[in-house]
Every structure is written in C-alpha cells, then in structure tokens.
Design a protein around this ligand. Sequence first.
Ligand SMILES: *[C@@H]1O[C@H](CO)[C@@H](O)[C@H](O)[C@H]1NC(C)=O
Ligand SMILES: *[C@@H]1O[C@H](CO)[C@@H](O)[C@H](O)[C@H]1NC(C)=O
Length: 704
Amino acid sequence: MKLIYYFITAICQILTVSALVTKRGTSAKDEYLVTSLPGLFHNIPQEEIPLMFSGQLELYPENKTHYYFWKYVDNHKVEKAKGKTIFWLNGGPGCSSMDGALMEAGPFRVNKQGEVTYNNGSWHKAGDIVFVDQPAGTGFSYSDDYDETLAAVVHHFIRFLEKYYELFPEDSENEIILAGESYAGQYIPYIAEGILNRNKDSQDESSKFNLKGLLIGNGWIAPNEQSLSYLPYSVQAGILKKENPNWTSVMHQHEKCQNIVNQINGGTLEEGVNANDVVSRECEQVLNLILKVTLDNDAAKNQQCVNMYDFTLKDSYPSCGMNWPPDLEYVNPFLNDKSVLNQLNVKLHQLWSECSGPVGRHLRNKNTEPAVSLLPGILEKIPIILFNGNRDIICNYIGTENFIKNLEWNGAKGFPEEAKAQDWKYEDEIVGYIRSARNLTFVNVFDASHMVPFDKPHVSRSIIDLLLGEYDEKVDEKDDDKKIIETYPLGYKKEEEQDEQENGSKPSVGVTKPDEGEDDTDSESDDDSDDDSKNETDELSLTNKNPEISNTTSRVTRLIQLLVICIIIWGVYILYLSYRARPSSIIKSGPSSKKKNVQWADQLRMFQDEDAVNRQDNSNFLSKAYNKITGHSDAKVRYTPTPSEDIEMGSATTGPDPVEFVINSDDEEEYQVRQEAPLPELPLPELPLPDLPSEEGSKGPVLK
Ligand SMILES: *[C@@H]1O[C@H](CO)[C@@H](O)[C@H](O)[C@H]1NC(C)=O
Ligand SMILES: *[C@@H]1O[C@H](CO)[C@@H](O)[C@H](O)[C@H]1NC(C)=O
C-alpha cells in the first residue's frame, strides 16, 4: 500500500516539477508562502496549522528598504473572524514584532528543541494577524536609512500597507485593527492618524484603509505623565519602601519629573524644557533610579534586580527584565537558524536580535509631541482600547489611568462618574476590570505582565471582542448596582445564537455556560463552528474527521483522492501557465491564481500530515519539491555559510563553499539537524548601515 502511495506522490512531483521546468510562473504571493517549520507537523494539530505568508517586502528600491512581515490565516475561521486583518507591532523602539508572533499573540511558541508548539489562545483565530518588523533596522526589516521621526515611521508604514495590499488584494476591503504594545503606544496613534488623514484626502473610496479600531497593550503613550506612576506603583507593589535609604533621592527625581509635567501642562516652560519631546530625560530617570536603589546585592546574581516588565519576577542587574520572557532563550536561536530563515523566506538579514539599539538611537523624535495628544482626534472617528497587564512596572496601569484622567476627548475630560470600573468576566473568572466612555476603553488585566498575551493568551484575545462589541453586560448577582461585562471563548456566542435559532427560544445567558469540566472550551467551540459552517473549504479533511471509516478504507480513499488531486493540480497548473503566459501585470494576476495557492497549501498540509503519520524518512519530500517549485529553497548563496569557529566580522568571506551548504541542507531533515547539534550563530551578511549618532539618547529602559 505504501509503495503505491509513494509511487503516486513521486509521479505527482515529477509532473509538477517538469511543469515548472517548462515555465517558471509563480504568483507574487507564492514567494511568501511558509510551508514548513521545525515541529510544524509534529506539534501542531493538523487542522490548526494556519496558512502562512512571510518575507521581506520591498518598499523603496532606492535605499533598499524592506519590511519583514509574518501573516497567519486560520483555515477554519469562525464567522466573526472573517474580513478582519490585525496588524501587530512591538515597541522598543527597535524591538522585533517576532516577540508578538512567537511569544505573545501568534499561533506558535518555540520550545527548547527549537520547534514550534501550539498556542491555542492565538489571536489569528479572531482575524488574520500580520506581525510587522518596523521601522527599518528592526528584526528582519532593513534599509540604508533609519527613521528619525514618528512622521517618517508613519509614512513608511503606510507605504508598507500599500505594498501589502498589492500582494493581498483580496484583503483590501478587510477591517483593519492596529494592535501592539509598549512603545507601539507611540507608533499606533501616529499611524492611525496617518491612515485617517490619508482616507480623508483620498478621492477614491476603494483605496481607503478600513481602519476599525486600535488595541494598545501596556502602551507608552503619555511618557512623562506615565513616569509619575513609577513611585506610587513601586510602593503599592512593595518594591520600594519608605525605609529605603535612598527614598529621598527617588522622591527628588520624581519631583523633578512632576515639575516638568506641570510646566508642560501649564504652558509655562522653563529653559531646557520642551513640550514637544516624547519623553523628558528627568522623567525617564525615575524608573532607572528605582531599579538601582532596590537592587538586592545579597541575592543570587540573576535575582538581584526586580523585573521591570513583571514585578513578581527578578532578573540580573542591569538587565532588570531584558532577559525576559524566558522563551526568548529559544526564540533567539530559532530566528537565527538558517533553515528556519529559509522557510520564512528571509533573504537578506542581520543577526536577529530582539531589540535593535541603532533604531532606538536614531528615532530621536525631535520636536515630536507624545502620541497622547493625537488620541482625542482619533477617538472622534474610531474606538481605542488601552489594556494593561497589572504586574508591569514600566508601562503600569496606574500611569495609564492617570493620563486618561487628564485627557479631554469627545467633549469631556476623563471618564465620567457613571463610567465606573466594571468587572470583566471570562470563562467564569473575573479576569480584570473595564472602564469605558466615548470610544475610549481602559482594561486592567489581572495577573498579567507587560506582555499580556504572553501570560494570558485566551483572555487577551477576548479584548478584540470588547472592541467589536461582542460581549454581554449583566447585573452582578451579588450587587444590584454593579454591572459585569462578560466575553466568551471564540465561537461560543455564535453557538448560543444558533441554539436560539434552532430552539426558537431565547437562551438566558446567565444560565448557559460553556461545557463544564471541559478545559479546552476554545478548540471545542472552534470545532463546533467548523462543523456548523458548510465546510466548503476542504472535502479532503472529511475522511480524516470521520471515525467510522476504518484505517485501510480511508487509506484507499486517500490514495484515490491523491491521484485525483494530482490530475487536477496538473490540469489547473497547465491552465494557469497558459493564463500567466499572457501579457498581464504580475500583481493583477487575478483571483484564480489566488485560489490555487490556498488550495495548494491545504493539500500540501494534507500530504505532509500523511507523511508524518507514516513516519517515513522521506516525510519532507513533497514539501521540498514544493519549495523547489516555488523557489523557496534555492539557496543560491542566500546565506553566507557558517565558518567553523571564528564568528568575528570578516570571516564570512572565508567560509566553506556555498555549494556544500546547499547540498547539506538539502539532504538532511531540518528538524533532525536542529536536534542533534546546537546551532552555530549565523555570520551576518552585514547590511550597509549608516553611522550611528553618539551614545546620547540611548539611555533609558527598553519599551519592548
Ligand atoms: C489549550 O489551552 C489550555 C490552557 O489554556 C490547555 O489546557 C489545553 O490543553 C490546550 N489545548 C490544546 C489543544 O492545545
Ligand atoms: C466613536 O466612533 C464611532 C466609529 O466607531 C464614530 O462614528 C463616533 O462618532 C464616535 N463617537 C464619538 C462620541 O465621537
């Protein structure tokens, strides 16, 4: 049986490969497909493997600007996830959004073995999610030039969006949610304002960006005011005590910052104080000082400093959290592994590091107002949710609450008395509290750090429901005066509504509960909604799902299907080639080619899964053929080969012959290689980067 199976797959491959030899015609999007990753087919349930696109999109050929993105699309979207694209940005400035992708809101985490594992609280279930490294110099994004102002950041991000929609025109009508964290509290309002202005200026309705709302987690939005929260927060958290011998020096620094905030708010500036400064030096120093004076010299080395991203944790000094989250230890080698980079279509790159110093040093934002000044204008048009993990020090919730108090938007200042804090309930647990008025919502998330989706993936995903109004407001059973806001795991509400239709009776939400004793309500409900939706997508998976069919029968069925698919692919491909041969624009290659790509990815997955089940050596055979077809693994000196010992600069040129590398990497199973040997660091094909400005401006903790 197996023999026949391999015979057929082999024929399939010969056919497809020969088709490509005849004419190499791939759509622009094909080059960005991700078809394998270490652990993908072992650790991720087959039906949960998302459709993925990743790569470095060219924005400006003049100075070689390329922005790296990684897009995840759920293959079994619940109804409310359709027609939405979430763009996620990490902060820094200069911190890679791969933090968000691989440690926070994305579908994968990376384990000790350097394999991807499944995050079942991933945001891609709530809408397509795209993690973007920006500005240039961050993560895998690069350019000859660095951005120096937020205005430049906006300009380039809008350019990215335009290029992105050229690549994915089918998404151009989608609702856009801009999401991110920390210093993205500056990026996101600036970009939102840029998009809204662009929409206003645009004559053509279809070219507008359909911006729906903003989600900012532990945002650095009003830096000076937020710096005034370090002292009260540290005292409340028990980090800093009045008995501390340095208490007065901290107080003194706090007052200096207070003085600057007063001057800016009062409009009477002393010399040296600049209202158009994202953050003043004096304010920035408060946290540094607190970290310094709370140092515990008697503790073990990695326990001496409080972790500024989660006050319940410790780190070594002066890192104080830069070694956190713990997954970083695995993400770092993962994103510097040449086979992974190959799979992610990363062509030209620097050594991946979580945060780039040069990006932060260049983005000096001279004469730039902090993003808080843009919120009122944005809130007139779209809703914003500011959420905070309550264990974070650097962008703590007290700071967010305080600047909201002083903010005037949509006709009033701060939250009104009536907009009391409401408990937020998710899966029978109070997970935080919420205040909301006039399009602005503040969410305090309990037991979460600076990176809320890291600690609370499911809960954090439900913040999207708050933005979209997918929640119930109920009277608190214990207190009639109080209201509770309740959100539900994905698909749950939908299921309920369907019950309603079927039974013709309105369910009482208070009575209906997610299946008790069923831990994994999420994927449970996802499955339900899959079955509910007409399942037009892949009839292939039906055989896998149906337990009635015995193993042998299903194998025969699959073989037949395989054969049919091969013939169909072949036929479609020939048609496609002839279509492509016509002189038409590459970008406008039409929906037919798009469909094919998606279908291909699905089938590929199905084949891969078969292979994984059979555990044969050639399990990656098809994917390799596929990579060849799409040009993914054509390792034409894409990476400078690894020199055996010396990783110093300049040694790259003396590495082994590139051809050797190609042969090796082709012959071996990538993830096996990974498990056997620790990864040597990649020598960098150094990008030509301009000279750095002086060290000045590099002070202050990193807002990742
Ligand atoms: C989903 O996540 C929960 C924890 O939130 C875990 O207990 C469960 O095993 C996970 N399910 C899958 C399919 O990974
Ligand atoms: C809030 O945002 C909506 C769009 O979601 C907008 O139409 C409305 O005018 C805004 N509300 C206020 C009070 O400005």
